[in-house]
Design a protein around this ligand. Structure first.
Ligand SMILES: [Fe+2]
Length: 657
C-alpha cells in the first residue's frame, strides 16, 4: 500500500491520482505530403546496395538509407502494397527525393537517404529506391495502429567480424533476427545496442550486418558503438532523424573527420527515445563529453517530454553491467555523470550494450540502489520517483561473449563496483546477471501502464554460435530452448506527484486524520471510448479507492474532494469538465457519506469535475474508524474531439478542522 506520511490533522493534504482516457477513433487520415520531387530521368545506371529501413521522427515516418555506385539524383518510390498490380507500382505512387554524398575513399561509391513522411496507420507499403529506369527490387513494410500498446526488440552488439570468422558471425546474426521476428512478427522497432560491426569502415562486415532481409521491412534504430565510431561508414549506412551532428556529440569534436557520431531522438507511439553517442564522454578528447549529452537529454525532454508517456534512453557503453567492461575507468565516469540526471528527468528505461553479457539493474536512483529491500530477480518493480531501470544486452550474433567478473571493495554507490549485500556474487547495482554464451535479444512490451522487459534466448550452444564454435568461449547454457526466457521484469510506473506518497503507513497513528490511495496507484484506465452514432464518445471506469482513517477524539468533520485537469495528448486537448462521477462509500466507517453525483458537461453544461467536487465527508460528531471511498467515472466528450490517447490528472484534496 502506498500512502502518506504527512496526513495532517489540520489543513489540507494533497495527493494526485492519474486518470487516463481515451482512444477515440475518428479515422484521422494523414495525407502524403505535397511538394514531392519529380522522378529523375537519368541516363546513368547505378548499382544500388545496402538498403535498410530506419526509424523516422515518429510513427508516421521511416528513413531509407542505401549505397549507390553512381552519383545520380535518386528517390524512394512508395505505394500501398494493395495498389501494386503484378508487382508494378501504380501511377499514384509517390516519391521522396534522396540526399547524400560521396562515401569516404575507403568505401567508394555514394550514400543516399530519404525520409518517407505521411504514412497512414494499419497499412502495408511497398517501396523501391533509385530512379526511373534504374529501380531496386521492391521491399515491403507495414504500419500498425498509431495509438496504444506495442512491442520493440533490442539487440546487443552484433559486432560482425569480431570472432574472426565473418560467415559465422553473419549466420548467428541472421538467425537471431529470424528467430526474434518469427516469435514477434508485430514488433514495431528494432533498436540497436551499438557495435553493428567490428571494424568501422570494413564494408564486407557491413554487408554481413545488412544481410537479414527483415532490415528492409522493420525499422532499425541505430546506436553507435566504439567499434562503429572510427569511420564514416556508420553514418553512411544508418541515417537517423533529428540528429545533432555538432562537434559536442563527436568523440574528437570534429564531425568532418573520418569518424561517426551525433545524438538523436524520435517519438514512437508515446515513447520518447533518445539515442546518445557514448563514445564522446571526456572533453579532453575534443568533444563535449558527458555534460553535452546531459544538456542534450535535458533539452529534448524539456521540449518533447510531454508529447510522450515513456522516456527510453539508448547508448552503447553500459554503466551498470556485469562483465569485462564493468570496471572500465570511462564507464565509472559515465556512471557518476549520468545517474542523478536520469533520475531527475524521470527516465523510465536505459538500454545499453558493450559488455556482451546480460544484466538488469535494480532500480537506481541518484547513483545508488533506490530501495535497499528490492530483491534480486524481482518480477515486478515499482520505480517511485527517480527510479531508473538499466538493461545491458548480450551478444545478438554470438560473435563475442564476455564472462561475468567479480565485485571488488570499491563500494555500493556511485562509481563503486562492490558486492550486492543480498548476493555477494553480483555487483551491487544488478538485480540479474547472466552469461550462458548463447545468443539472446531483449523484448520490451510497452503497455498502457507498464513496461515488460524480457531477455530471450535466440540460440543454443549449437551453431550458429561463432564464439563457441571457434572455442573462444565455453558454452555454459544448460539445455534451454530457443525462445525461452532468461529474465523477465515488469516495470510499474510512478503516478504520484511527490516522494512522500510512497511512504507506507498502513494505519494512521492514534488521534490522527489521514487518507491514502488504497493499494498500488496504477493508471486509471478508461479504455477506448465508445462512439454513440458520431454524436459523442463515452468511457467509464472507477477511481483508485481512497482509504480514510480518523481516530481523533474531537470527532471533527472531514471531507475529501477532487478535481481533474484538462485531458491532453501532445498538443491535443479537451476540457476536464466532460468528466463526471458518482461517488460511493465502498467500505463504511468514520462517518463517511458519499458526495453528490456530478454529471459531464456534455449533458447540459456545467463544469463537471473541472472544479473541485466532494468525494465524501463526515459531519461533526461522527464515529471514529476507517472508510474507503470510491467513485464511478463517466466521461462524455463531443464527437468533434480528435482521435488520441489522452491523459489527465485528478488532484485530491482533504480538509479537516
Ligand atoms: Fe561490442
Amino acid at each position: 500500500m502506498r500512502t502518506s506520511n504527512s496526513a495532517s490533522a489540520l489543513g489540507p493534504v494533497r495527493r494526485r491520482v492519474v486518470a487516463s482516457t481515451v482512444a477515440a477513433f475518428l479515422g484521422l487520415g494523414v495525407a502524403f505530403g505535397s511538394g514531392l520531387a519529380a522522378p529523375a530521368f537519368a541516363a546513368d545506371s547505378a548499382t544500388l546496395s545496402g538498403i535498410i529501413l530506419g526509424v523516422g521522427s515518429n510513427e508516421t515516418q521511416r528513413i531509407v538509407t542505401w549505397y549507390s555506385s553512381a552519383d545520380t539524383a535518386q528517390q524512394v518510390q512508395l505505394a500501398p502494397t494493395s495498389s501494386l498490380v503484378d508487382g508494378a507500382f501504380p501511377a499514384s505512387a509517390v516519391t521522396f527525393a534522396a540526399s547524400g554524398a560521396a562515401n569516404i575513399a575507403t568505401s567508394g561509391g555514394f550514400n543516399r537517404h530519404a525520409t518517407l513522411t505521411g504514412l497512414k496507420e494499419n497499412t502495408g507499403y511497398s517501396y523501391r529506391v533509385g530512379f526511373e529506369g534504374n529501380w531496386s527490387s521492391a521491399y515491403a513494410f507495414k504500419t500498425q495502429s498509431f495509438e496504444g500498446d506495442y512491442d520493440f526488440l533490442f539487440y546487443g552488439d552484433p559486432q560482425i567480424g569480431s570472432s574472426g570468422n565473418l560467415a559465422k558471425d553473419q549466420a548467428g546474426w541472421v538467425d537471431t533476427v529470424n528467430v526474434s521476428l518469427a516469435a514477434n512478427p508485430n514488433a514495431e522497432i528494432l533498436v540497436s545496442g551499438g557495435d553493428q560491426v567490428e571494424t568501422a569502415n570494413t564494408e564486407a562486415q557491413w554487408d554481413s550486418f545488412l544481410a537479414p532481409t527483415q532490415l528492409k521491412s522493420y525499422p532499425w534504430a541505430a546506436t553507435i558503438g566504439n567499434h562503429d565510431v572510427g569511420g564514416k561508414a556508420y553514418e553512411q549506412h544508418l541515417y537517423t532523424p533529428n540528429t545533432d551532428r555538432s562537434g559536442a556529440y563527436y568523440s574528437n569534436g570534429t564531425p568532418s573527420s573520418n569518424t561517426s557520431g551525433g545524438d538523436y531522438w524520435y517519438i514512437y507511439k508515446d515513447t520518447l527515445f533518445i539515442d546518445l553517442n557514448s563514445n564522446s564522454y571526456a572533453t579532453a578528447q575534443g568533444g563535449g563529453g558527458d555534460a553535452a549529452h546531459l544538456a542534450y537529454v535535458t533539452d529534448v525532454i524539456n521540449q518533447h517530454g510531454t508529447e510522450a508517456k515513456w522516456k527510453v534512453l539508448v547508448y552503447h557503453h553500459a554503466i551498470y553491467s556485469p562483465a569485462d567492461h564493468a570496471k572500465d575507468a570511462d564507464n565509472k565516469i559515465r556512471r557518476v555523470d549520468f545517474s542523478q540526471k536520469f533520475s531527475d528527468l524521470g527516465v523510465d528505461l536505459v538500454l545499453q550494450g558493450h559488455d556482451h553479457s546480460y544484466s538488469r539493474s535494480y532500480l537506481i536512483k541518484n547513483g545508488a540502489k533506490a530501495d535497499a529491500t528490492e530483491q534480486p530477480g524481482a518480477a515486478d518493480v515499482y520505480p517511485g520517483p527517480g527510479g531508473v531501470l538499466y538493461v545491458t544486452a548480450n551478444s545478438a550474433s554470438g560473435s563475442k561473449y564476455y564472462d561475468i567478473t567479480q565485485p571488488d571493495n570499491s563500494g555500493t554507490s556511485g562509481a563503486g563496483n562492490g558486492a550486492d549485500p543480498l548476493d555477494a556474487g553480483k555487483y551491487w547495482y544488478n538485480s540479474v546477471q547472466n552469461q550462458e554464451h548463447v545468443r539472446s535479444y531483449v523484448k520490451v512490451e510497452v503497455r498502457n501502464d507498464k513496461l515488460v522487459v524480457q531477455d530471450l534466448r535466440s540460440g543454443t550452444c549449437a551453431a550458429p554460435n561463432a564464439a563457441v564454435e571457434l572455442a573462444k568461449s565455453p558454452c555454459t547454457e544448460t539445455g534451454q530452448a530457443v525462445g525461452s526466457i532468461v529474465d523477465k521484469v515488469t516495470v510499474h510506473p510512478y503516478h504520484g506527484s511527490g516522494q512522500d506518497i510512497q511512504v507506507n503507513v498502513p494505519n494512521a497513528a492514534p488521534g490522527e486524520f489521514g487518507w491514502t490511495i488504497d493499494g498500488y496507484n496504477g493508471l486509471v484506465d478508461l479504455g477506448t471510448a465508445v462512439d454513440h452514432n458520431g454524436d459523442y464518445f463515452e468511457a467509464t471506469g472507477s477511481i483508485n479507492p481512497i482509504a480514510v482513517s480518523d481516530s481523533r477524539r474531537s470527532l471533527a468533520p472531514w471531507s475529501i474532494s477532487a478535481g481533474v485537469s484538462d485531458f491532453k495528448d501532445g498538443a491535443k486537448t479537451f476540457s476536464g469538465s466532460y468528466l463526471g462521477w458518482t461517488p460511493k462509500v465502498v467500505t463504511a466507517g468514520a462517518g463517511a457519506k458519499a458526495g453528490a453525483a456530478v454529471g459531464s458537461a456534455y449533458d447540459g453544461g456545467g463544469q463537471g469535475l473541472s472544479v473541485s467536487r466532494g468525494l465524501g465527508s463526515a459531519d461533526q460528531g461522527h464515529a471514529r474508524g476507517t472508510a474507503k471511498l470510491g467513485a464511478d467515472l463517466d466521461l462524455k466528450i463531443p464527437g468533434s474531439v480528435d482521435k488520441g490517447n489522452y491523459r489527465a490528472t485528478l488532484t485530491i484534496t482533504a480538509l479537516s478542522s
